[in-house]
Design a binder for this molecule. Structure first.
Ligand code: DGL
Length: 277
């Protein structure tokens, strides 16, 4: 593949909405010379409560769109799509390198935990598929992994309500039962197993207490992308920063408003191109 692929080609990322921008941000920091195209499927968010067949169809359509724009590597910047569709995507789009967020997230959790007692917060689908439990146990076979579906946190993040009394109340509703089990059962790692959740890290921290380390997959995913591109000889060598293209399937204005909080810099609707998959 590397013979025909040009290192100047962009990296593609997709998520159901704005959550994957947390991964884009980490990638921008780790690989500033790379050009990146981010696609948020805002017309169909959330993915986490949809059937596996629908998620696979959406993920395939998003990848088709990014491939048509000439990407050299795909990051599935969505835990739900990573959990449900990473292998079919790898098969269908071979030899395109496809990197998900679950395995890098599991690696970060195992590295951060001393007692290997993990609590994974994720969408309903990611929890139902036990994607994190499997990925963590592949690295630490005796690990104890609890998984809690926190689908409402996705809506809060998409709404831009990621801090304040409502976010605190919802985080407590999900996490109070964990705290009620007592200190012996407390996890020492809390995995943000949904790319929307890093924005809710503060309410989650207040709800779970000071003890556990909060882990997300963005940094380790960016590291994995850098490793794979270097191995394939596909890193863009330039002093100039790469371009960032933002695509959404609906609502450029809303995407810009909420996305700015995820990216940490202002965005306007004209920075976002609306596309049909
Ligand atoms: N941000 C996605 C994830 O990491 C999906 C959230 C959703 O659309 O339900 O799972």
């Amino acid at each position: 593949m590397s013979a025909r692929v040009d290192p100047a080609q962009p990296i593609g990322l997709f998520d159901s909405g704005v959550g994957g921008l947390t991964v884009l941000r980490a990638l921008r920091r780790r690989l500033p010379a790379e050009s990146m195209i981010y696609l948020g499927d805002t017309a169909r968010v959330p993915y986490g409560t949809k059937s596996p067949q629908s998620v696979l169809r959406y993920a395939t359509q998003a990848t088709d769109h990014l491939v048509a724009r000439g990407i050299k590597l795909l990051v599935v910047a969505c835990n739900t799509a990573s959990a449900l569709s990473i292998e079919p995507l790898r098969e269908r789009f071979d030899p395109l390198p496809v990197i998900g967020v679950v395995e890098p997230g599991a690696a970060a959790a195992v590295a951060a935990s001393r007692r290997q007692r993990h609590l994974v917060l994720a969408t309903e689908s990611t929890v139902t598929h036990h994607a994190y439990a499997r990925a963590i146990r592949a690295l630490a076979p005796d690990a104890h992994v609890d998984e809690v579906a926190c689908s409402l946190l996705v809506s809060l993040a998409e709404e831009g309500w990621s801090d304040g009394p409502i976010a605190d109340a919802v985080a407590r509703e999900y996490l109070d039962p964990v705290r009620a089990r007592g200190s012996d059962a407390m996890p020492d790692s809390v995995v943000l197993g949904c790319t929307h959740f890093p924005l809710l890290a503060e309410p989650i921290r207040r709800a779970i207490g000071e003890g556990p380390t909060i882990v997300d997959s963005a940094t380790t995913t960016a590291e994995e992308v850098a490793t794979v591109l270097a191995r394939m000889g596909l890193l863009r060598q330039s002093e100039q920063p790469g371009a960032t293209t933002l695509l959404a399937t609906d609502g450029a204005e809303r995407f810009a408003k909420v996305g700015a909080r995820f990216l940490g810099h202002p965005l306007s609707a004209s920075d976002v191109e609306v596309v049909d998959l």
